[in-house]
Design a protein around this ligand. Sequence first.
Ligand code: F0G
Length: 461
Amino acid sequence: MKHKTIIEPFKIKMVETIQMTTQQQRKKYLKEANFNPFMLKSDKVIIDFLTDSGTSAMSSEQWAGIMRGDESYAGARSWEKMRDVIHDLTGFQYIIPTHQGRAAESILFTLLGGTDKVFISNTHFDTTRANIEYSGATAIDCIISEGKIPSSTYPFKGNMNIDLLEQNIRKHGPENIGAVILTVTNNSGGGQPVSMQNVRDVQAICRKYDILYLLDSCRIAENSYFIALREEKYKKWTYRDIATEMFSLADGTIMSAKKDGLVNMGGFIALKNKEMADACTNLLIIREGFATYGGLSGRDMEAISRGLVEVFDKDYLHYRIRSTTYLGDKLLDMGVPIVRPVGGHAVYVDAKAFYPHIPVEHYPGQALVCELYIHGGIRSVEIGSVMFGKYDVSGNLIPAEMELVRLAIPRRVYTQSHIDYVIETFGFVKEHKENASGFRITYESEFLRHFTAHFEQIKSN
Ligand code: F0G
């Protein structure tokens, strides 16, 4: 029999209480948080879809590993285990442990960056871009045009635009390109996958111009699932073999293990080139810790070693992607506009299309984020003009390209009934959507304002 019900391929051994709240209470909490869910205490949230990063539930095997962690400063057993697992998976010889993804970025781009350098990616994630720009270098995104159209159902919307990549290399000169970074899946572009063909095409260009080619691999297991699903040639491959093949085409990788590493903290750099790895290790020792632990405890390294194996389990990945797709499909069925096709780790709602009566200057994404919290205690994040908006010289808003709300799903944390609860909440929010009103910002910081901004609701008459 073929079952339709999605079941979690795990049993629950330990539970964490969710504090249930009433709508009345949530209205008060949201007001106290100045209508910015980043300022909410987590125990006032029922379903936390703020991020899939560092929020995974660990398995009993990972917890058992935690007890076995070797906390020696140098040459820890747990380090050897983590190093070997990463080496086997990626094929890269030199592994550098860091406490999370941006620490890896900071080390690598300090070395590769600088004022004359240019980095090219499908889409740079915010911290990647920030670390590149902080070094004085320039970050350029070259996503295919389908990747910018929320309603396009192209199967690999995370792909790099190869022509644009080559044009940019010629324009800036191959000697000035610090690296080409392919982000798999493409988080900032809707969690969309990159095809193996594209990984290969980017390699060919990098070889042609002798440019360093890196993967940002924090969601590579989810990307591998999509390759097996949508690229004929890889239909029968294991997800892990697909990932290994992707790594084999690149010169190195940076990974935040807080995503597909299934851990709460951790990351690494893995490289082919010894000289580059030695230079990274020197910086690592200054900034993060000794070469055999980076910023990690022995127990963290045990958890990563195990997580990087578990994430490629076929039943786990099947459930993971089906569950995210289920949420997206149900929202589509009820007429909620979302970025299509549904990506791996999150569903992105097009708030501008959902609330056509709220102008972008009044932040429709923030309005949806607040409605979801008030009616369901669901915490999500605006990825639109609150996050990326700028002002022109007269102080008018230059809006972001899209007004999205991201529902990022923590791994192995919520059950199908939690997902159904979210769908039900959307039903209510949609039914009452003309009552939703926009916001104005009453306080903002100069950088990364979305984390700390205060808002005031614009009451309609
Ligand atoms: N690269 C990508 C593609 C990411 O999504 C992230 C983090 C990082 C690098 C940085 O890793 O957080 O360990 O320092 N993304 C999180 C998110 C924060 O919510 O999407 P980190």
